[in-house]
Design a protein around this ligand. Structure first.
Ligand SMILES: Nc1ncnc2c1ncn2[C@@H]1O[C@H](COP(=O)(O)OP(=O)(O)OP(=O)(O)O)[C@@H](O)[C@H]1O
Ligand SMILES: [Mg+2]
Length: 244
């Protein structure tokens, strides 16, 4: 049997909101255990791209391949069963529910697999503060703690591919470090991570490979350790951008 080169890939992925085209022929790939960053300015289409992968936007069947099988446009619950989970922009926790109940919801809807890599105990080891606060209502938590709940919840779905949408947004540097420190541990379990991030340096440091998106187009694809600031600036802001 030949090994699957990519866990997930997109082929000329396009997506629209009514008349507005938000993604144009996006070619993207991620291997098992790889951390891939997707950077780009506000409105570039990053969240739209993640939503398209998660089955939250109608896209052509052949535009998204999971282990070489066409899965574009599959409903979100099917994508979860394949092993795709998302930490959505803005966290989207269940207000009025405790930390632990928010986490347990994910267990109920997790991918059906014999091998439960992620347990409640392991999430609490990853983020000890959540164990301390397990009976608190989520809205009483700080922004960083809420982000930890959102990450824990996604992991309890037992993903093979974790989609993270701006998990550093609005958080203090110390909290961002705490959250980013767990990413290598997640990747070591073989889970791939797509990291949508506006902080370019953070994205570059945390990833193996990096894509930049501009107005729905991929403008850069590179190994993170090799990409230059000039390349990133041009891809981020568009051709003709002068780099000082
Ligand atoms: N539900 C929607 N209906 C119509 N247009 C939308 C919708 N959601 C997003 N858009 C548009 O699609 C484009 C891409 O938006 P998207 O949210 O994917 O950007 P983003 O890169 O995630 O930006 P940010 O960094 O601000 O989160 C934007 O021009 C946005 O206005
Ligand atoms: Mg977004």
């Amino acid at each position: 049997m030949t090994p699957t080169p990519h866990l997930l890939a997109t082929r000329s992925l396009s997506a629209r909101y009514g008349d507005f085209q938000a993604l144009f022929s996006v070619d993207f790939r991620i291997a098992a255990g790889e951390v891939v960053a997707l950077i780009g300015a506000n409105g570039a289409g990053k969240s739209t791209f993640l939503r398209a992968l998660m089955g939250l936007l109608p896209v052509g069947r052949d535009m998204v391949l999971f282990e070489d099988q066409p899965v574009g446009g599959n409903p979100p619950h099917h994508m979860v069963q394949l092993g795709v989970a998302m930490v959505p922009e803005g966290r989207r926790l269940f207000a009025g529910m405790s930390v632990e109940d928010n986490l347990k919801v994910a267990i109920d809807h997790a991918r059906k697999t014999g091998d439960k890599t992620w347990t409640l105990e392991r999430i609490y080891r990853l983020f000890p503060i959540l164990q301390e606060k397990r009976n608190a209502q989520v809205e009483k938590l700080s922004g960083g703690q809420q982000q930890m709940v959102a990450i824990g919840r996604a992991l309890l779905a037992q993903p093979r591919l974790l989609l993270c949408d701006e998990i550093s947004l609005g958080l203090a540097p110390k909290v961002i470090r705490e959250i980013y420190e767990v990413l290598p541990e997640i990747a070591r379990t073989g889970t791939s991570i797509v990291l949508v991030e506006q902080d370019v340096m953070l994205a570059q440091r945390a990833s193996n490979r990096l894509y930049c998106m501009l107005e729905g187009h991929i403008t850069l694809e590179s190994t993170s350790s090799e990409v230059t600031r000039a390349d990133i600036a041009q891809a981020y802001f568009g051709a003709g951008h002068e780099v000082a």
